[in-house]
Write a protein that binds this ligand. Structure first.
Ligand SMILES: C[S@@+](CC[C@H](N)C(=O)[O-])C[C@H]1O[C@@H](n2cnc3c(N)ncnc32)[C@H](O)[C@@H]1O
Length: 336
């Protein structure tokens, strides 16, 4: 039986609910402020370093809100886009169905050395397993060569075949060799460590407890990631919160190898119409205070495009997002 199109009344109700959504999200966030303060008092934290430091208090408040309420909700709503994205099954902002013998839907999934930027409470850690990647050290298999070789040639019945091995094979075949979770907020670290342990990924997933701008600085943490050494960068809902996004985007571009891929799922500036842009700017007068400094109006796609020359860009707005989406997204893959 053909489905009836929604009535005018239903469409109006949906639009009003969508337009008011950010306000109820901010109210929900506010409800986490008193428990955060209470927890600090119970933990007998020195008042001068926490309660009387607005920036520190805001960071802890946001960590509580994100790890307990907002994050799991967002994870539930965005999982049907982020999982295919990391599997290489999206194009132009839509999830594409795999076709027999290649074609659409045969993009490359994440693999090799992965940089998860703004890992937060680790809400996406288990997705690295769910996307079907075989993780070296966790899901070892026999045909994986743990070397840094790139291309080997082998002779079979007089035919020369090029075989990609080691790190290069991992980068293209969906096997993850190492994940660095870059997360500067101390309030998130215990949650992130728990998520890594729960997923059984301790051998592969390493937390870099710094901002992206300090990742290469050996004095800021006890590790080091070299420029040009990363196969895949993943940014999920974090470029809205990172200071100096243009500089950070250039930094991230520098970490990618040639041919490396940057997977993006971010909320961005509204592009629908002047009135939606104006409304988004109005909401953004309040939003950063309640959401740990998150900015609604960033032109993130343009920022990443400008970070450096790209060999291929396949991004778009998720197709199901309606005109009244106050927090619209961009998703897709940039290939260096
Ligand atoms: C909105 S949360 C999203 C967390 C996670 N990606 C998720 O989807 O649950 C944004 C995260 O970016 C982190 N962040 C802020 N500044 C950063 C920086 N300079 N480098 C890396 N991460 C940063 C914040 O601490 C926060 O955990």
């Amino acid at each position: 039986m053909p489905t009836q199109p929604p009535t005018l009344l239903t469409r109006t109700a949906l639009a009003i609910t969508g337009l008011l959504g950010p306000w109820s999200f901010m109210l929900l966030s506010l409800s986490y402020l008193p428990p955060t303060i209470l927890r600090l008092l119970q933990a007998q934290q020195p008042l001068t370093t926490t309660l009387l430091s607005p920036a520190r208090l805001q960071e802890l408040w946001f960590s509580e809100f994100w790890s307990r309420a907002a994050g799991p909700g967002v994870r539930g709503g965005a999982g049907d886009k982020v999982v295919p994205l990391l599997q290489g099954r999206t194009s132009g902002g839509a999830v594409v169905v795999e076709e027999e013998g290649g074609g659409k839907g045969k993009g490359k999934g994440i693999g090799g050395v992965v940089l998860e930027v703004g890992a937060g409470a680790g809400l996406w850690v288990d997705v690295y397993k769910a996307v079907g990647c075989r993780i070296q050290g966790v899901d070892d298999d026999d045909d994986y060569d743990d070397d840094d070789g790139d291309n080997e040639e082998e002779e079979e019945e007089g035919v020369r075949k090029r075989k990609t091995t080691g790190a290069a094979a991992a980068a293209t075949s969906g096997r993850i060799t190492r994940i660095y979770g870059v997360e500067p907020s101390p309030g998130q670290h215990a949650h992130l460590a728990r998520a890594i342990a729960t997923a059984g990924m301790e051998a592969v997933y390493r937390v870099a407890p710094v901002g992206i701008e300090d990742l290469a600085d050996g004095t800021k943490w006890d590790g080091r990631v070299e420029k040009g050494s990363v196969d895949c960068v993943v940014t999920i809902l974090c470029l809205c919160s990172i200071p100096e996004p243009e500089r950070c985007a250039r930094e991230l571009y520098g970490y990618l190898k040639k041919g490396g891929r940057w997977y993006v799922y971010e909320h961005v500036r509204c592009g629908h119409s002047w009135y939606m842009r104006a409304y988004q700017r109005f909401v953004n007068l309040f939003w950063p205070f309640f959401l740990g400094g998150c900015q609604l109006t960033r032109p993130t796609e343009a920022t990443i495009r400008a970070a450096g020359p790209w060999a291929e860009i396949d991004v778009g707005q998720p197709v199901a997002e309606p005109w009244f989406q106050v927090v619209p997204h961009v998703m897709g893959v940039f290939t260096k």
